[in-house]
Write a new protein. Structure first.
Length: 365
């Protein structure tokens, strides 16, 4: 029987529980109102539908795809909308039909919303779901507001439980680390193999750590930022080179595998041409839709190209790796700020002059 206590709505009987005030109370969001224009605004507090939960957001990170897409050049951030898909928080309300979760559970979540019924989902390839949607994305096909907000609605099927002792700040790295782990899992690292990582941004630095965790021997980092290269060395790279200023030293014959984490023509060319014959390259970055491709070089050397899209069930692995100390995420946080500083930090990230890595919003600060 539902009842009200001190302005809070409570419904017993196992169907729906809530520890939040009435949904008429406005909530604060960082909204993209026009290309590259952000404002902090108020929206009605959302209410979960069947199979969904309402999360009180503790932290949410700015993804590189948010920065690249804020001007709507990607067609994936059509305003008005609320971005944000790298988050952690606490369940505040359960929708109908949600089982296995309770109010006050500490959670993070995947960014990919999948149907659970198509052939891809049945094979565990949820990132390739025919009906997939992405949190914090607005495009011609769908719009799903994200977690640059005090509260966010999330399908229960994409939730992950935060292990005991892991902070909300660290748990906000669940999704980006899952992306890195998925890419490394796809290239199937053999113990002692050598690897080149082209791009030492946030995902690149996570990929370096994931390669080391998977058993890579020599890991070589390449980037345009000296500060990030220094961090790459601390996190597992054996050597690091500025792509424009240094001569890149590779093992004789080339590396066994390379990870391209930028998504541009010159960086893809470097990743391919640094490989030994029969090597393989993991394609993670996708900043531009098309690049010039060295077809003959790839064919005559039997180089394998392995595309990697988002994650497919690696969020639990990501949380475990952080909890065990196998992956370090604290050194990757550049700033923790309230939503009110969002427009400023988006501009600074877009300018790219400060070497910022992960900026975390704290909506309830």
């Amino acid at each position: 029987m539902p009842f009200s206590f001190l302005g809070f709505d409570v419904q017993c009987g196992g169907l729906r529980l809530s520890l939040i005030a009435a949904t008429k109370v406005p909530v604060k969001v960082l909204e993209l109102i026009a290309p590259s224009q952000f404002v902090v605004s108020e929206k009605p507090k959302p209410s979960p539908r069947n199979g969904e939960v309402l999360i009180k957001v503790s932290f949410c990170g700015i993804c590189g795809s948010d920065v690249h897409g804020m001007d709507n050049s990607s067609g994936r951030r059509i305003p008005p909308m609320v971005m944000g898909h790298e988050a952690s928080g606490v369940i505040a309300e359960l929708g109908e039909g949600v089982e296995g979760w309770a109010v006050e559970d500490r959670v993070s979540f995947d960014s990919m919303v999948f149907c659970g019924e198509c052939d891809f989902c049945e094979r565990g390839e949820t990132n390739l779901c025919d009906e997939r949607q992405v949190m914090g994305v607005s495009c011609d096909e769908f719009k799903r507001d994200g977690a640059f907000a005090e509260w966010v609605i999330v399908p229960a099927r994409i939730l992950e439980r935060i292990p005991e002792g892991l902070s909300f700040e660290e748990a906000a790295f669940t999704e980006p680390l899952a992306v890195a782990l998925h890419a490394v899992n796809l290239v199937k690292v053999k113990p002692g193999e050598s690897a080149l990582v082209v791009g030492s941004g946030l995902i690149g630095l996570l990929v370096i750590q994931a390669l080391k965790r998977a058993g890579c021997g020599e890991i070589i980092a390449v980037d345009l930022d000296r500060g990030r290269l220094e961090l790459a060395m601390k996190l597992g790279a054996r050597s690091a080179f500025h792509s424009l200023e240094d001569e890149i030293v590779l093992p004789e014959g080339g590396v066994d595998l390379s990870m391209e984490v930028v998504g541009a023509g010159p960086t893809l060319d470097l990743a391919i041409k640094s490989l030994r014959k029969g090597g393989r390259v993991g394609l993670v970055g996708n900043v531009v839709p098309e690049v010039k491709f060295p077809l003959q070089y790839v064919v005559t050397r039997e180089i394998s190209l392995i595309g990697s899209c988002a994650a497919a069930g690696e969020c639990a692995e990501a949380l475990e790796a952080i909890t065990k100390g196998e992956i370090q995420v604290k050194p990757l946080t550049s700033a923790t700020v309230p939503l009110e500083e969002g427009a400023d930090y988006f501009a600074r990230l877009r300018e790219g002059k400060e070497g910022l890595l992960k900026v975390l919003f704290q909506p309830h600060a």
